[in-house]
Design a protein around this ligand. Structure first.
Ligand code: GLY
Ligand code: MN
Ligand code: MN
Length: 435
């Protein structure tokens, strides 16, 4: 787990990125109604979690680097203690316990937030907060009120978006974060192995989903990091298919894209395998092509390469293979030039991974693609999706394959942290034979 010191150090680093005489205001997430008086399972706002490690809704973090303080000044607004709410809904830390729990300079109740913000807005030159947040209206209104009636020549603080600063920090994972992501990768891999072992003709996609989620939960990852995708047969060609309600027919491939969320961090693995344990000849050709494309990228990826360059490596392998199989007509060069592979591989090669599955951080800087750097965590996930009505030899229609792994970029290359689940054809067939 991340230590209290690491969370506090992140708060200090964020403040150091702000102008002098600034206050930073970061709200937590709120509960969201699922139906009538029941709520969706609570998921903390990733930026708030990154800075505090606190899992209660409706809390607000305030930080100040005002020159009147020798150190950063740290405060939090908490939900009030409430006996009835705690009997019915759950424990609340409250301001008194929160003060020492988070080693704060000040802790207060949410009902006092507007007064505190009003005071701080008048006393600082800048207020940083996420512009896309429920506090937006409150802060803009307070700002306008102060601007309309300035007190003792105090003008209101300028409003600044804090989001890009936090997201740049989150892009580079600490060693503790990498350890948690390795755990998320391992748990996710075990879920995939369990689903592969369970699969048999006649099973239902939702049963495979249940196998994955069971394995995740048994390892302390109570929630998947995103909606689990279990697509059998043609369903594998729908990139974000989550209906997961079809019965799997003998001869089908199954594409599973699923990852556990562990201590807030996402795993994001895709594997594709034959429900009956044996790839048919056309399935084998398409699968091996996607695997070759992925391995070509994994072989060369590392610091200095951009994700677009990685995508190009995959595109070259896929295009050459598609031409050889007769799914693309013409030369490899013509097809690459015309981006013809895009009718079968229509998504990006990968993305940043972290507290969010499509994690934050800029992919471009100063108008250029951004090179990968040590400490970034990414996915590499080539695929081929041949629509059931594609103008290709019939044997290939309706085949969808994606192979996705998670990687930590290191000083010299990249470590694959999801390698526990097999992806070579012989390994998959052997695993399924055993079960
Ligand atoms: N699971 C969504 C993705 O792979 O990007
Ligand atoms: Mn995925
Ligand atoms: Mn992904």
């Amino acid at each position: 787990m991340i230590s209290k010191q690491e969370f506090i150090a992140r708060q200090h680093r964020l403040l150091a990125l702000c102008e002098p005489e600034s206050v930073v205001v970061i709200p937590a997430a709120s509960l969201i109604t699922r139906s009538r008086d029941t709520e969706y399972p609570f998921r903390q706002n990733s930026d708030f979690w990154y800075l505090t490690g606190f899992d209660e809704p409706d809390t607000v973090l305030l930080l100040s680097n005002h020159s009147q303080f020798s150190d950063p000044y740290r405060a939090m607004a908490f939900r009030p203690k409430d006996k009835t709410a705690e009997i019915w809904q759950g424990r609340r830390l409250g301001a008194d316990a929160g003060l020492s729990e988070f080693a704060l300079d000040e802790a207060f109740e949410l009902s006092e937030l507007e007064d505190v913000l009003s005071e701080w807005l008048g006393g600082h030159d800048h207020v940083y907060f996420p512009f896309q947040s429920p506090l937006r209206e409150t802060l803009f209104a307070l700002h306008n009120k102060l601007a309309a009636a300035p007190k003792e020549n105090i003008s209101p603080a300028a409003l600044c978006d804090v989001t890009p600063l936090i997201h740049e920090m989150r892009l580079f994972k600490s060693s503790c974060e990498i350890a948690l992501m390795q755990a998320a990768g391992k748990i996710s891999a075990q879920g995939h192995i369990r689903a592969m072992k369970f699969a048999h003709p006649g099973c239902y996609e939702y049963q495979l989903e249940a196998e994955l989620h069971h394995e995740f939960a048994m390892s302390g990852a109570r929630h998947p990091a995103y909606g689990t995708i279990v697509g059998s047969g043609d369903n594998a060609c729908i990139l974000h298919y989550t209906e997961n309600n079809a019965q799997v027919c003998d001869g089908d491939l199954i594409l599973i894209d699923a990852g556990a969320e562990y201590a807030g961090y996402a795993g994001d693995i895709t594997r594709t395998f034959p429900v009956n344990g044996k790839f048919s000849a056309p399935q084998r050709r398409i699968y091996q092509l996607v695997l070759d494309a992925q391995l070509a990228v994994l072989d060369r990826i590392g610091p200095g390469m951009t994700l677009n360059e990685a995508g190009l490596i995959a595109a070259e392998v896929l295009t050459a293979g598609l031409v050889e199989l007769g799914l693309l007509k013409g030369t490899v060069a013509e097809n690459l030039e015309g981006l013809h592979y895009r009718q079968f591989f229509m998504h990006g090669i990968g993305h940043y991974l972290g507290l969010d599955v499509h994690d934050v951080g800029d992919y471009r800087q100063d108008g250029e693609d951004r090179p990968l750097q040590p400490g970034m965590v990414i996915t590499i996930e080539p695929g081929l999706y041949i629509a059931p009505d594609a103008d290709v030899p019939e044997a290939y229609r309706g085949i969808g394959v994606r192979i996705e792994d998670n990687l930590v970029i290191t000083a010299t290359g990249a470590d694959v942290i999801t390698a526990d689940v097999p992806k070579e054809i012989s390994e998959i067939e052997a695993l399924m034979r055993k079960s």
